[in-house]
Design a binder for this molecule. Structure first.
Ligand code: ZN
Ligand code: FE
Length: 257
């Protein structure tokens, strides 16, 4: 399947992602932090927005909806559980509802934690995951509306996805995440190398996305809370994975990198 993907930096550190099916010209944006930069890319390419796929209700993911909808009349798709908080939502979805964008088909995966109704969109055929604020490169979202243990269970679902799945997420937090990650997984050589790569990318203002699930499994401590090396590094040898995850999340909240 021929698809175009464009990462669109928005606000201070958000990303929207534009996804287009060349055959049908259906064009979606995943999350809408700010209409202007999204419109700029669409206009430069001569593309017309047909779908807006929302991962969760936070303002920095939905506030661009009204302007985009006004200009393009795109269909707004979002999590049923957060429908009341998503402006101008047209289609409410849950895990039983496939989301079609032209010839592309996304599966909805419920990933509560950061927010109670957070969903991610997995395009299985294209191997593209749009993870919003659930999973970041080398990090994960803060569990605001559900306990950390619930977010851990959500991340375990994402861990099942194929290793060559490309990961797109809602923010460019990778460098800060990498600096934290090496403190809780200090013997991980792949992680040490990745930190160096990320520092080089960010030094020249380049995005660190997309990542891949295989790379995250090797290096993201928040997907490795059941790895004895991570438990040992934070002094929790033999502890339950959800407890290790909760401690990792706590340390990240307090980390001054
Ligand atoms: Zn958020
Ligand atoms: Fe966000």
């Amino acid at each position: 399947m021929d698809v175009d993907v464009r990462l669109v930096p928005c606000l201070s550190d958000n990303y929207a992602v534009i996804l287009r099916d060349r055959a049908t010209e259906a064009t979606a944006v995943i999350d809408a932090p700010d209409a202007k930069p999204i419109e700029k890319v669409l206009d430069a390419e001569g593309w017309k927005l047909t779908h807006i796929l929302i991962t969760h209700h936070h303002g920095d993911h939905v506030q661009g909806i009204p302007a985009l909808k006004k200009k393009y009349g795109a269909t707004v798709v979002g999590p049923r559980a957060e429908a009341a908080q998503i402006p101008q939502i047209d289609v409410e979805v849950g895990p039983a509802d496939p989301v079609a964008v032209g010839g592309m088909l996304a599966r909805v995966i419920e990933t509560p934690g950061h927010t109670a109704g957070h969903i991610v969109y997995m395009f299985d055929a294209e191997k593209l995951l749009f993870a919003g604020d659930t999973l970041f490169a080398l990090g994960c979202g803060r569990p605001f509306e559900r306990p950390a243990s619930v977010l851990w269970a959500s991340l375990l679902k994402l861990r099942e996805l194929p290793g060559d799945t490309q990961l797109y997420c809602g923010h460019e937090y990778t460098l800060a995440n990498a600096r934290f990650s090496v403190t809780v997984d200090p013997k991980n050589k792949a992680l040490a190398k990745r930190l160096a790569d990320i520092e080089a990318l960010r030094a020249t203002g380049k995005p660190t996305l997309p990542s891949t699930m295989a790379e995250e499994l090797r290096t993201n401590p928040f997907l490795r809370a059941d790895d004895p090396a991570v438990a040992e590094a934070i002094g929790m040898n033999g502890a339950d994975a959800a407890a290790v995850f909760t401690e990792l999340r706590e340390r990240k909240n307090n980390f001054k990198g």
